[in-house]
Design a protein around this ligand. Structure first.
Ligand code: PMP
Length: 288
């Protein structure tokens, strides 16, 4: 099947889906993005993703490319044109194209660039991975001071993921100067302590406020499971009973080893598995 990508007002064949050489997203990473899960031909947590997109745009004084209603229409159409039932919708907004100048062009001088891509992803494959759990590798968090904004400035994440991959790990967990885990390269980090308490880092400028993180915290609390939002060290994580990551692409994915050390008994934890099975019941599921 021919893949179709939305670029600035047109649905284009994959090979022709290009942006300008002087697009500020390309030259300065002056750009934000979202990744939304598509499950059974429906969108998962669309509202929370659009709220976060609005926040990212606001923090960078970028005007939205269109209304949320129009954006949802473009996302839906891109998903349908690509016949995605289970997978991901990716959307990226840049400040637009213009002569290379570090300072922002005045609002209204440039039109934002909007790209939407839809891609299938096998639920069976993710489920198989969740049966065994994944390994993670820790490394220093060398990202900028505003990791709460979902920008495409992803080179530190690429470096970390690549180093993790070379070590046989699926995800990298960043550590700050104090030895605390901040988050994953493309996920939020969670542990279950020996006392059975669910812990994830508090929201601040060092981590992205994950949509999956927010929905899972709601889900856990609704189940009567306490959630502590606080910093935790690498040492505490190594000693944890369970560990997992959350992201739109994997929902809840068990972590069974950190830096080669087994977590718990080396199998996905019971609470982790329970939360994974409950997640989509707590999420907002909307028709295309
Ligand atoms: N942190 C980072 C750095 C990420 O890139 C992501 C995924 N985009 C997340 C956390 C998880 O966010 P979400 O649950 O919204 O996918």
């Amino acid at each position: 099947m021919n893949r179709i990508v939305y670029v600035n007002g047109s649905y284009k064949p994959y090979a022709d889906a290009t942006v300008h050489a002087e697009d500020r997203g390309f030259q300065f990473a002056d750009s934000v993005y979202e990744v939304i899960e598509v499950l059974g031909g429906k969108l998962v947590d669309a509202t929370r993703h659009l709220v976060r997109l609005e926040r990212s745009l606001n923090e960078l004084s970028m005007p939205p490319p269109m209304s949320n209603g129009a954006l949802l229409h473009v996302i839906s159409r891109t998903i349908k044109l690509n016949r995605v039932r289970d997978g991901l919708a990716y959307l990226q907004v840049t400040r637009g194209e213009g002569p290379r100048d570090f300072a922002f062009p005045s609002i209204g001088k440039v039109a934002p660039t909007l790209v939407v891509i839809a891609r299938s992803q096998s639920q069976a494959k993710i489920a198989a991975l969740a049966e065994t759990g994944i390994a993670v590798k820790t490394m220093p968090d060398i990202r900028w001071g505003r990791s709460d904004i979902k920008t495409v400035m992803l080179l530190p994440a690429c470096l970390a993921k690549d180093a993790a991959k070379r070590d046989g790990a699926k995800e990298a967990w960043f550590t700050d100067a104090a030895g605390n885990i901040t988050e994953g390269a493309s996920s939020n980090a969670w542990i279950v302590t020996q006392a059975g308490v669910l812990v994830t880092r508090q929201l601040d400028n060092r981590i992205l406020g994950g949509v999956t993180r927010a929905t899972l915290a709601d889900c856990a609390r609704a189940e009567g499971v306490a959630v502590e939002e606080r910093s935790f060290t690498r040492a505490e994580a190594l000693f944890a009973r369970e560990a997992f990551i959350t992201s739109a692409s994997n929902t809840v994915m068990p972590v069974t080893s950190i830096d080669g050390q087994t977590i718990g008994n080396g199998a996905p934890g019971l609470l982790t598995q329970r939360l994974r099975s409950l997640f989509h019941h707590s999420a907002e599921i909307s028709d295309l």
